[in-house]
Design a protein around this ligand. Structure first.
Ligand code: PLP
Length: 447
């Protein structure tokens, strides 16, 4: 009996082959999941993962034979997964990458990699522990000190990701006596973090200061008010009106929280972020950000702000308390990235110059680029099909960009999002603009 069951479970393979759970409940679950997956495909919102065989950088090699055959590369990029007719077409040898958050090009910087290797050798693969039991090393404390210094705040606390930092702050800080006021387009992790807390919740219209003021007036009845906003919004490349937000916060005695994932390291004269760019470093109380984008791109996130807040998070914030410490190699990467930025703002300035080059050349070519001065450059096309077809045709020309349409962005606002990095050369930028111009003309986006 037992042997029979085991044989059924192992059907179709030996050691290492997947085992399907048996029983009616498991079969029912499988049917339900398959139907849900079919719905996602049917809705056209299926997300394919691209398989990259090289380091992150402006030039990529793709898995499956790399850059040669369209069939392998196209499938690796999730295009036409079932369409063999395209297998005979070919892609250019090198893929020029314009869709990573590698804003400063530090993901594959030799010094960042060396720092990771050194940390790995000296401090090991990982801590096998949460921070407060047996998981804090000198490099974790050093990195927290460096982050606080970089942002000119009192203290900082590390998390496994910024998603965790956002998931862990609101519940630890706010009670049913308090209120949180959140921009309607804030990142999913802020929305989830706010869901977890028991404060009174207000959602104001995207960057609408009149609406925020009305909500702040209503929230006066609560003990404490916290305004929460992304510093830079990743779909539109637009920057929160922090000066006005801080003025309102002052008027209505509120605190300001910003998520700086798409700003830390490169916005503002010294790359400190949106608060530096808009001259309100002393008005923003709490900053959450990531180590997984401009700061080396490995992983990790943090909160930086007043020391008692950081002390409280170490006692109360659940993603911090109940999740493993950041691995030393990851800490090494971020720490070196910050050293490079504390030394000089040359990398950030180089990225800003390339952003300017792309935005001005694309505008001159007749495209509308959303946002202002930000390396997220959404090429606005409106029509979802046009965005998909153009992104595909850009890839045929060896330029890797991604089209976004509803429900990721509002209906009628489909776009191709281009992200500029300090390690793109001027020639890379020009090649991208030329390809957009050709493809735009071909598909009627340009006259
Ligand atoms: N906040 C914003 C605005 C983001 O764009 C992201 C990542 O996409 C996150 C938070 C989450 O950051 P992490 O990747 O460190 O979890």
């Amino acid at each position: 009996m037992w042997r029979g069951a085991a044989v059924r479970v192992l059907r179709g393979g030996g050691a290492g082959s997947p085992r399907a759970a048996s029983g009616e409940a498991a079969a029912q679950l499988r049917r339900r999941l398959e139907s849900e997956l079919e719905d996602i495909r049917g809705a056209g919102t299926w997300k394919s993962e691209r398989v990259i065989a090289s380091r992150q950088g402006p030039h990529l090699r793709l898995a499956g034979g790399g850059a040669g055959a369209y069939g392998a590369a196209g499938r690796a990029l999730g295009l036409f997964p079932r369409c063999d007719a395209r297998a005979s077409l070919s892609l250019p040898a090198g893929i020029l990458n314009f869709c990573a958050n590698n804003y400063l090009g530090l993901s594959s910087h030799p010094e960042v990699i060396r720092a990771a290797v050194e940390a790995l050798e000296k401090f090991g693969a990982g801590l096998s522990s949460v921070r407060f039991i047996c998981g804090t090393q000198s490099i974790h404390k050093d990195l927290e000190e460096k982050i606080a210094r970089f942002h000119q705040r009192e203290d900082a606390i590390l998390y496994a990701s910024c998603f965790d930092a956002n998931a862990g702050i609101f519940e630890a800080l706010l009670t049913p006596e308090d209120a949180v006021l959140s921009d309607e387009l804030n990142h999913a992790s802020i929305i989830d973090g706010i869901r977890l807390c028991k404060a009174n919740k207000y959602r104001y219209k995207h960057m609408d200061m009149q609406d925020l003021e009305a909500k702040l007036q209503d929230a006066q009845k609560h003990r404490l008010r916290l305004v929460a906003t992304d510093g830079a919004f990743s779909m539109d490349g637009d920057i929160a009106p922090l000066r006005e937000i801080c003025q309102l916060a002052q008027k209505y005695d509120a605190l300001v929280f910003i998520d700086e994932c798409h700003a830390t390291g490169f916005l503002g004269p010294n790359g400190r972020g949106t608060d530096e760019l808009l001259g309100v470093m002393d008005k923003v109380t709490i900053i959450n950000s990531t180590l997984g984008k401009a700061l080396g791109g490995a992983a990790g996130g943090y909160t930086t702000g007043p020391k008692p807040l950081i002390d409280l998070l170490r006692q109360r914030s659940r993603p911090y308390l109940f999740s493993n410490s950041l691995p030393p190699a990851v800490v090494g990467c971020a720490s070196k990235a910050l050293d490079l930025l504390l030394e000089s703002n040359a990398i950030a300035q180089s990225m800003a110059a390339k952003t300017q080059r792309f935005r001005s050349k694309m505008t001159a070519a007749g495209f509308t680029i959303s946002g202002k001065d930000h390396p997220i450059c959404p090429v606005m096309l409106g029509d979802a099909r046009l965005a998909a077809v153009m992104a595909e045709d850009m890839l045929n020309r060896g330029i890797y960009v991604i089209g976004f349409s509803y429900p990721v962005v509002p209906k009628g606002k489909a776009r191709i999002r281009v992200q500029i990095s300090a390690v793109h050369s001027d020639e890379d930028i020009d090649r991208c603009v030329e390809a957009f111009t050709e493809v735009g003309r071909k598909h009627g986006a340009l006259p």
